[in-house]
Design a protein around this ligand. Sequence first.
Ligand SMILES: NC(=O)c1ccc[n+]([C@@H]2O[C@H](COP(=O)([O-])OP(=O)(O)OC[C@H]3O[C@@H](n4cnc5c(N)ncnc54)[C@H](O)[C@@H]3O)[C@@H](O)[C@H]2O)c1
Ligand SMILES: O=C(O)C(=O)C[C@]1(C(=O)O)C=C[C@@H](O)C=C1
Length: 280
Amino acid sequence: MIKKAVIVGLGLIGGSMAKALKKYTDIDIIGVDINRDSLQKALEEGVISYGVTDIDFQVDADIVFICTPVGKVVESVKNIIHYLKRGCIVTDVGSTKKVIMEEVQKFLPDEIFFIGGHPMAGTEKAGYDNADADLFVNSNYLLTPFDTTNDEVLDLFIKEVIIKIGAKPMIMDYNKHDTIVGVISHVPHIISAILTNFAYNKCNEAFKYAAGGFKDTTRIALSQTEIWKDIICTNREIILDLLKNYKEVLTDFISYLENDDIESIQKFLEDARKYRNTIT
Ligand SMILES: NC(=O)c1ccc[n+]([C@@H]2O[C@H](COP(=O)([O-])OP(=O)(O)OC[C@H]3O[C@@H](n4cnc5c(N)ncnc54)[C@H](O)[C@@H]3O)[C@@H](O)[C@H]2O)c1
Ligand SMILES: O=C(O)C(=O)C[C@]1(C(=O)O)C=C[C@@H](O)C=C1
């Protein structure tokens, strides 16, 4: 049974996890963050029962959530691992999985279980102030356990955390994970940033007239640079391949315009509409 959790990084995702555990479970939470204001707020709200800027003492937690930026996840696991009891589950919420899984495997002790995690929910905002207890409701929660991960431990995490906070567990290999999120999260993020920079540099006066279409397609360009720099750098090769493919699609579309190929333009738009409609 999971009774006590440590959450390292009480920002948007860690704070949302803390609030969700508080709302939907009886799990007691120790919060860890370098930002004292976030700890203070979480304590005042009764979301965590104890808050520290660093763990340098033995903790009897049953589960640890690492919710720091991707570039700090491995270091955060390393820093806490020797203070944990035998059988403790350690999981993260990082948006990429291959680098984290392969690095953690190198030093993971046999008696600690690491389960890679990635809740497919979020916003362009950051920090504890924007955390929401219902952020994960109805969202897919991607899990990338090691082949050797004990099934009972995985089941416990799924039943006592993921299902209770309203999310849908999806287990997959970490390589497949990074390709999937490259397609539906990382490349769209980059394209949103490209579009924003392109429009601003082409005609910044046009920004005054931006309406729903531009705002919808560029909302995610408002996201935190540190978070996205780490995501892009840890999924570099997959993103590079996808962007090269994307360039070909763009080149095809330009040729439809050059050739006044109305039929191809129409088919292109019809396909997009049909495919987009398949997302529920
Ligand atoms: N933002 C999203 O939409 C989203 C969605 C799913 C997963 N993720 C992943 O969640 C993780 C956190 O992202 P976020 O959006 O919550 O960012 P955030 O900036 O809101 O939160 C990060 C928190 O970690 C804290 N922190 C940083 N270094 C620390 C350290 N060494 N020790 C303790 N605390 C530390 C920061 O003070 C901050 O409170 C990232 O790995 C990101 O890839 C983000
Ligand atoms: O909705 C948003 O603002 C998000 O950026 C959330 C989003 C995404 O859908 O790409 C971003 C990164 C995460 O790893 C998972 C979810």
